[in-house]
Design a protein around this ligand. Structure first.
Ligand code: CMP
Length: 142
């Protein structure tokens, strides 16, 4: 089915000026970019976004990293977008990611891994709404 998913181009990739290359990679992979904006996450926004990870030992490090410098938040659309984006994004640890995945190409470490991707369709809806409230992304037709 035609789906939407959510991407963050993380501070490490933006610092390396790879945001455009990653957006081009996503378009080549068949995604439509429905919305994209550059923003510098505040601590509160990053903690809210990653609330499900708040008990993890790496939570503090994750929030420090994600608030270090600007990111791009991106809403994507494609047939089977959630699963397909996870495939082209690659494994969380770039060292374990398959060749020609975004994290293999642009990630540096398990923490600084270039991009975030929604893990389910339900979370994609929540994450898109968190960064693009109201009608900033056109509602799904029908
Ligand atoms: P992301 O998809 O943005 O969602 C949670 C993030 O936590 C994940 O990407 C990783 O970048 C980060 N993460 C996962 N495991 C570790 C770890 N062991 N150390 C630091 N960060 C981690």
């Amino acid at each position: 089915a035609l789906e939407r998913t959510f991407c963050i181009i993380k501070p490490d990739a933006v610092e390396k000026k790879k945001a455009g290359a990653i957006l081009a990679f996503l378009e080549e992979a068949g995604f439509s970019i429905l919305a994209a904006k550059r923003t510098h996450l505040t601590r509160a926004v990053a903690e809210g976004f990653y609330a499900v990870h708040s008990a993890r030992p790496f939570f503090g490090e994750l929030v420090e990293f994600m608030t270090r410098s600007p990111v791009f938040v991106v809403a994507l659309e494609r047939e089977d977008a959630v699963a397909h984006y996870r495939k082209v994004m690659g494994a969380t640890d770039p060292a374990k990611a398959e060749a020609n995945t975004i994290r293999k190409l642009y990630g540096g470490s398990v923490g600084e891994n270039a991009v975030h991707g929604s893990d389910s369709l339900d979370n994609a809806k929540i994450e898109i709404a968190y960064f693009f409230p109201g009608n900033e992304v056109a509602p799904v037709a029908g």
